[in-house]
Design a protein around this ligand. Sequence first.
Ligand SMILES: NC(=O)C1=CN([C@@H]2O[C@H](COP(=O)(O)OP(=O)(O)OC[C@H]3O[C@@H](n4cnc5c(N)ncnc54)[C@H](O)[C@@H]3O)[C@@H](O)[C@H]2O)C=CC1
Ligand SMILES: O=C(O)[C@H]1O[C@H](OP(=O)(O)OP(=O)(O)OC[C@H]2O[C@@H](n3ccc(=O)[nH]c3=O)[C@H](O)[C@@H]2O)[C@H](O)[C@@H](O)[C@@H]1O
Length: 455
Amino acid sequence: MKITVVGTGYVGLVTGTCFAETGNFVTCVDIDEQKVCKMKEGIVPIYEPGLDIMFERNINEGRLTFTTKLEDAIEGAEVIFLALPTPPGADGAADLSFILKVAEQLGSLIKDYVVVIDKSTVPVGTAKKVRQKIAMNCNCEFDVVSNPEFLREGVAIEDFMKPDRVVIGTSSERAKKLMEKLYAPFVMQGNPIHIMDEESAELTKYAANAFLAMKISFMNEIANLCEKVGANVDMVRMGIGTDKRIGNRFLFAGVGYGGSCFPKDVKALVKTAKDNNYDFKILNAVEDINEIQKTIMIPKIKNFFKGNLMGKRIAIWGLAFKPNTDDIREAPALYIINSLLAEGTEIVAFDPEAMDNVKKIMGDRITFVDNQYDALLKADALVIVTEWPAFRTPDFPKMIQRMNAKVIFDGRNVFKTEQMKELGFHYESIGREKVTRDSKPGEKITISKDKIIEN
Ligand SMILES: NC(=O)C1=CN([C@@H]2O[C@H](COP(=O)(O)OP(=O)(O)OC[C@H]3O[C@@H](n4cnc5c(N)ncnc54)[C@H](O)[C@@H]3O)[C@@H](O)[C@H]2O)C=CC1
Ligand SMILES: O=C(O)[C@H]1O[C@H](OP(=O)(O)OP(=O)(O)OC[C@H]2O[C@@H](n3ccc(=O)[nH]c3=O)[C@H](O)[C@@H]2O)[C@H](O)[C@@H](O)[C@@H]1O
């Protein structure tokens, strides 16, 4: 099949490459000229494990090409995927301007029947809006399908090639047949394709992300309670996770969820509810809890240093919003670093993939080093923010040798408390050590994202 993918971000590039891998001919189009130039040279513009090999193979075998011109990209295409940004607007609603602009352009470019597929995360009713925009300038037949994407960054290839399910929203028999043909290689193991109406497909995506965000916020609250009552959140996690009705995934307490999607999608769903005179109470709480959780380590650190962080040298391990990605959108690390800088600390940071992206917004306000041990030189404390695999079993003697003091604040529960005690560290993590001091795990430190970028 000849496929066009509009937008080559995390979703578009993975979608395009994976469809090329299953024998389709894919043209990816992006307005970012630099990005397209890089891709034409065979360079993958993002860090996503496993993508580079597949990317190179499909370029070499002539199934994957790139352009900046929409009219060239859609030439002969049977399906056009829209993998465009849907960032939150000022009121929390998803900004549809990227999608609707391309839809309008497509209207005057489409010459034969084509299926336009919305892969971006969009609110209920968007498929209808896209159809209207295209129809304004178009005289030929076309269908608009909602096909939300559920991949996770860091394991995007695996998620795309072997999805738990494929969701397709359409009432057109012709589009349905085409979509089933396209996805057949991805559902060989019996994983289902759910065909539904467009509205339900659109809402399914938000419901999935909001539910997962809720699971995380729930566990973070359990962790905060554990600290009060002297329970261990890891034990509680395992204790509840083995109940099949709960499931053992997405129950890890930490410094909150980040990324380009959970924060924006929870906001967008709250807004959809509000626009329909529905107060989605549970999601308001999910957001509030996450705001607090992002800086939950700060009172712990401040308390240890008796309220005075001025001049302390703090090492940070991990900047990306999660391991195995270079993505720093809404990364808790940004909030933690900004809060620590506001207290007068000196920050030395290391991340295996995300440092270039952080440099772009933080410049020389913090020091970046080339490996995790260099970050520890003369450090008064280490704060672990992202659980990269390389942080899990470090060379402890090497760490001790470099650090000014044996102090670790672990925002992702990477180490075992007992082991740290044996090594002589002052060690605090999330929901595993009883907090007897009069600290407030719920203390809110308001650091807006704008402030992070401005400073
Ligand atoms: N990042 C993720 O893990 C997932 C994202 N999604 C959703 O997929 C959508 C895309 O997300 P990402 O890939 O993360 O976005 P992104 O921001 O990484 O990439 C979007 C790309 O679209 C390009 N673009 C903007 N306007 C364009 C235009 N007029 N023509 C051609 N290209 C244009 C940009 O230059 C950029 O390369 C969003 O709605 C997101 O919520 C869904 C599942 C997973
Ligand atoms: O719509 C999207 O963009 C995607 O959003 C998430 O994927 P992603 O944001 O890539 O990453 P996740 O693995 O879901 O992690 C999100 C955040 O939650 C945090 N998290 C995750 C799991 C957990 O148990 N605890 C926890 O704090 C992570 O550290 C991270 O900050 C969803 O998992 C995907 O299904 C969805 O397609």
